[in-house]
Design a protein around this ligand. Structure first.
Ligand SMILES: NC(=O)c1ccc[n+]([C@@H]2O[C@H](COP(=O)([O-])OP(=O)(O)OC[C@H]3O[C@@H](n4cnc5c(N)ncnc54)[C@H](O)[C@@H]3O)[C@@H](O)[C@H]2O)c1
Length: 252
């Protein structure tokens, strides 16, 4: 994997699950890390930052709610002040609140859209001046196969992830001329705290495993390689794409 010297990556929602695995995976591949999460996750975020540090990379833990513009701007400013730039950004922070369309509360629609879709926009808007100055940037947005085919109880979540994919395609077109690529990774069924909402029942877990070509659900580490590819120089001529990382559920 080709990662330039002194590269810095910002990963949101990095205290646990897929985000933590991505942060550690990028550190293993040579990135210094700005790790973000909400204040409630401070202890876990500090532990993730310490794990990055133990791999010999610089790490800074930044508390911010990605749906709050002021907090996002302060986070980006601090990351640049501490680490000198941001070369790759992984918009991973996300929430899922299961509810049928009939019972879905308007507040839950809003909070899922605010974190998953608006949060992605706010982080990119704050990071863009930095990447423009560098004339270089790699954006990897974590969407979901749910944004492609949907799932019952996830109307708002699916809509938010479809929004992330549409947003990313436009980013690719607007930012390509200035040396910035933007791509999406769409995880399938991954065993994390979020994933456990669906997967605590072994029968449901086995049913999902049976739906994959690989006959298993995923671990957070399964998502790392594809994200690292989009964050590296190996993907220099790839932009505006969505890559399913689902063990073979969605074939498109
Ligand atoms: N687990 C799956 O099966 C699966 C499948 C497809 C997509 N995804 C996506 O992958 C990403 C990571 O999910 P995960 O399974 O690791 O979930 P998770 O719940 O374990 O981790 C999500 C992280 O995001 C953080 N977060 C939530 N709201 C935030 C906010 N407003 N600001 C900053 N951080 C915030 C959480 O505190 C948490 O650390 C999400 O975007 C999710 O939608 C997950």
């Amino acid at each position: 994997m080709t990662v330039g010297k002194g590269r810095v990556a910002l990963v949101t929602g990095a205290s646990r699950g897929i985000g933590r695995a991505i942060a550690l995976g990028l550190a293993e591949r040579g990135f210094d890390l700005a790790l973000n999460d909400i204040p409630r996750q401070a202890k876990a975020l500090d532990e993730a930052a310490a794990a990055v540090h133990a791999l010999g990379r610089r790490a800074v833990a930044l508390h911010a709610d990605v749906s709050q513009k002021i907090e996002v701007e302060a986070m980006v400013e601090k990351a640049v002040a501490e680490l000198g730039g941001i070369h790759a950004v992984v918009n991973n922070a996300g929430i899922l609140i299961a509810a049928s369309v009939e019972t879905l509360a308007e507040t839950h629609w809003d909070s899922v859209m605010d974190v998953n879709a608006k949060g992605t926009f706010l982080v990119i808007q704050a990071v863009l001046p930095v990447m423009k100055r560098q004339a270089y940037g790699r954006i990897c947005n974590i969407a979901s196969i749910g944004g492609k085919h949907g799932a019952p109880q996830q109307a708002h979540y699916s809509a938010s992830k479809a929004a992330v994919m549409g947003f990313t395609r436009v980013l690719a077109q607007e930012l390509g001329p200035i040396g910035i690529t933007a791509n999406c990774v769409c995880p399938g069924i991954i065993l994390t705290d979020m994933g456990r909402v669906n997967l605590d029942d072994p029968a449901i877990r086995n049913a999902w495993a049976a739906k994959t070509a690989m006959a298993r659900i995923g671990d957070p580490e399964d998502v790392v390689g594809p994200v690292a590819f989009f964050c590296s120089d190996d993907s220099a001529f790839v932009t505006g794409q969505t890559l399913n990382v689902d063990g073979g559920i969605v074939f498109s």
